[in-house]
Design a protein around this ligand. Sequence first.
Ligand SMILES: Nc1ncnc2c1ncn2[C@@H]1O[C@H](COP(=O)(O)OP(=O)(O)O)[C@@H](O)[C@H]1O
Ligand SMILES: [Mg+2]
Length: 238
Amino acid sequence: MTDNVEQRRDLRRGDDQFLAIITHELRQPLTPILAAVELLRRHVSPEADTRAENVIERQVKQLARLIEDLLDLERMAQGRMRLRKQRIEIGKVIADAVESVRWTADAHGVRLIVECGPDHLFLVADPDRLQQVLSNLLLNAMEHTPREGTISITVGVCERGVEITVQDTGAGIVPEMLDEVFTLFTQSSDGDVRGLGIGLAVVRSLVELHGGTVMARSAGRNQGSAFIVTLPTTAEAA
Ligand SMILES: Nc1ncnc2c1ncn2[C@@H]1O[C@H](COP(=O)(O)OP(=O)(O)O)[C@@H](O)[C@H]1O
Ligand SMILES: [Mg+2]
């Protein structure tokens, strides 16, 4: 297993910025939610009601995701993250992850391609956490890929186990940021992309807790990106 101390240090590095950023992010969705409630109360039109409901749903989901990420960070910083490992079929986890982001892909106007590779590829892992890793990578890909773009998720067998690749045709990553993106609170400078810079730090910690690795590849700006997760297939029984 990878060095826990190093992991914890990584997660704590941003402590001083922490409160400022968190407070800002937690407060951000409240204004649109309150405005939407106000609109609902006035029943302007059925369309306006639907719009308001959508705003509330989207903002609450974002808040929920943020809070889940924060809870995970806390667990990992304390070394309290527990995996519920079991024997799982990787294709099933991928299908679930894709399903969970399908709606967002449609909303973003991007095409989602799934290539599950060989059938009945099993490994011992925590299915919920693995799905979290994959949906995180898929959502990131969507955020950084313009409409009409394509996101693919492929699985293959490699020397060390199973290799899952999430590839997009979007904004790309400059070479000096390829490893940096996994550091807590690292964010791109493009103004319109919102987030906290927690997602990939959580992804890396979760993958490493599984004894795996994750890395980013990109030919540069606007050249698309690929995130490659490698997970060991162990002899360990479920
Ligand atoms: N698919 C991608 N294409 C381009 N850049 C990406 C992609 N995924 C992540 N990044 C970069 O990595 C940074 C960190 O990602 P993440 O940890 O998920 O934080 P957040 O999504 O909150 O910004 C992003 O702000 C972005 O700059
Ligand atoms: Mg993200």
